[in-house]
Design a protein around this ligand. Structure first.
Ligand code: ZN
Length: 64
């Protein structure tokens, strides 16, 4: 699964604020995500993130 900085990921689990969508701020062995509902930031391990992802909305098609 390919996850890059700038991608918007939809998780299976809802954040307490009600949003399922997160923006990827940093990738690597650990990811930093920002909740699009409340701007809360979290660090999450790649393995944990991949288990929780429902879909990825890549930012690549909006370049330019
Ligand atoms: Zn939130």
């Amino acid at each position: 699964m390919k996850i890059e900085v700038g991608d918007c990921v939809r998780l299976k689990k809802k954040h307490p604020c009600g949003s399922y969508e997160w923006l990827v701020l940093r990738s690597g062995a650990d990811f930093r995500l920002k909740c699009l509902g409340c701007d809360h930031q979290i660090m999450i391990a790649r393995t944990a993130l991949e288990k929780n992802i429902k879909s990825i909305n890549s930012s690549q098609n909006t370049e330019g």
